[in-house]
Ligand binder design. Structure first.
Ligand SMILES: Nc1ncnc2c1ncn2[C@@H]1O[C@H](COP(=O)(O)OP(=O)(O)OP(=O)(O)O)[C@@H](O)[C@H]1O
Length: 251
């Protein structure tokens, strides 16, 4: 196997998602190598969330393939895809407000997802280690025993990221991880993503250009379900076609 193939973690290959004739994704392709950080941007309706939905198995493509670790996954159920090592940031209802921060993480770390088994009976050492590491990474160790519902907004977002980390997923999909955050929290979130080691591969969708700049990762621009450009944030900012689609004309 060549080095390039060995490093390839995810390939979205010519994927089309068709809603009764409307193509939310239209022959879209993207590849991620192990350890990559990538940001996907694009105007409203460009297909960014549909891309995440397709990778995680919530939406089925009518054409194309999603290949993870060398195997096609586009027809697998979502739980099977998660079990293979892809996790999307849990949305707010994923956090149980009356449980402690640590217990929320213990549930996320639980591989068999039978959550009632995760409480009271003690958690296996590997899961405990994953929980402790996730707490440390997002800076919530001191808050581990408070009810999750009492966390500030930014802390809740970090808990959601920690829950993804606790699953030990290799590929992490973060859909607008800085939504509702102020500048200081946004910077901390960028630092947090930087601090994840090379054993994590991260795909981020975000509208906040200062956050995208702080991430410093290659940027893929989508428009109308299609690939438009890829480059550094500076290259993308300077691109006339990208500027045009954000201003709402040209394609
Ligand atoms: N279930 C659905 N049925 C029909 N159309 C859909 C469905 N889901 C999404 N779409 C449409 O597909 C297009 C892409 O949506 P998507 O949410 O992926 O875009 P996005 O880039 O994430 O946008 P935003 O930045 O506003 O979140 C939009 O025009 C949307 O209205």
């Amino acid at each position: 196997m060549s080095e390039a193939v060995a490093d390839l973690l995810l390939a979205v290959d010519g994927v089309t998602v068709d809603y009764s004739g409307f193509k939310a994704l239209d022959g879209f392709s993207l590849t991620l190598n192990r350890g990559d950080r990538r940001v996907v941007i694009g105007p409203n309706g460009a297909g960014k969330s549909t891309l995440c939905d397709t990778i995680i198995g919530r939406v089925r493509p009518s054409e194309g393939r999603v290949i993870f670790r060398g195997e096609e996954i586009q027809a697998l159920p979502e739980q099977a895809i998660v079990a293979r090592g892809i996790c999307r940031k849990f949305q707010a209802p994923g956090v149980l407000p009356t449980l402690s921060v640590r217990d929320n993480l213990a549930l996320a770390a639980r591989r068999d997802r039978r959550w009632w088994k995760a409480l009271g009976t003690g958690i296996p050492p590997a899961e405990r280690a994953a929980v402790d590491e996730a707490l440390e990474t997002v800076g919530l160790t001191a808050r581990a025993d408070v009810p999750a519902g009492t966390l500030a907004h930014g802390e809740k977002q970090w808990l959601e990221i920690a829950m993804v980390l606790a699953t030990r997923a290799e590929l992490i999909l973060l859909d607008e991880p800085t939504a509702g955050m102020g500048p200081a929290e946004t910077s901390r979130t960028a630092d947090l993503i930087h601090s994840l080691g090379p054993h994590r591969t991260v795909l981020v969708i975000d509208h906040d250009m200062s956050f995208v700049e702080q991430l410093g990762a290659p940027v893929t621009v989508m428009h109308q379900g299609r690939f438009l450009k890829q480059g550094s944030i500076a290259e993308v900012r300077a691109d006339a076609q990208v500027a045009a689609v954000y201003l709402g004309h040209a394609a």
